[in-house]
Design a protein around this ligand. Structure first.
Ligand SMILES: [Zn+2]
Length: 185
């Protein structure tokens, strides 16, 4: 690699680090994607953007993200935007630009509902870490986006979750119908 090329590569990495850290992605995740910058460099970039230290703690697990059936509706929306924007097969690869695009769109669509810190509501992903974890889970096969032939919508499933891998829109409709029937009886 010649000097010019490595300079350009470093500049490209710095730009990407800026893009990811300005959306508050955990430095541990950024570190997995960008190898040319040291963890200390990432912390410095984060601090220079936000004037605060990054949120510490473990990266969220995909099974722990949804707290209600409704969360799956939002996750399906996010995953659908991500899949449409992606230029790779999201089941085998990660498209960083598509995650950024989907996340920015999601934030625009639900302004004021995005939580950076706990307590999180039903609207998930609640922050860019969760958005990233969703994309990663789709690649690893621990989550999937499927099409429901009954309600004609995409639905999101997480394997090994407390919620069964079924369409939660139809499931909520069924539960509502059952409640009405039992109240009528
Ligand atoms: Zn359905």
């Amino acid at each position: 690699m010649n000097r010019n090329c490595s300079y350009q590569a470093r500049l490209k990495d710095q730009n990407l680090a800026y893009q990811l850290l300005s959306r508050k992605l955990r430095t541990t995740i950024v570190n997995r994607v960008i190898k040319s910058l040291r963890p200390k460099d990432l912390l410095n970039i984060y601090h220079s953007i936000h004037q605060e230290r990054p949120i510490s703690g473990a990266v969220p697990k995909i099974e722990a993200i949804p707290h209600s059936r409704e969360s799956f509706l939002f996750m399906a929306l996010f995953a659908s935007i991500y899949r449409s924007a992606s230029r790779v097969d999201i089941k085998t690869d990660i498209d960083v630009e598509a995650i950024i695009f989907a996340w920015d769109y999601f934030c625009q669509k639900f302004p004021g509902h995005i939580r950076e810190r706990r307590p999180y509501g039903r609207l998930r992903p609640a922050n860019f870490d969760e958005a990233w974890v969703i994309a990663e889970a789709l690649k690893q096969g621990s989550a999937d986006l499927r099409y429901c032939s009954s309600c004609k919508r995409n639905f999101f499933i997480i394997y090994g979750s407390l919620y069964h891998p079924i369409c939660q829109v139809c499931q909520m409709d069924n539960l509502r119908r059952n409640t009405k029937t039992s109240m009528a009886n």
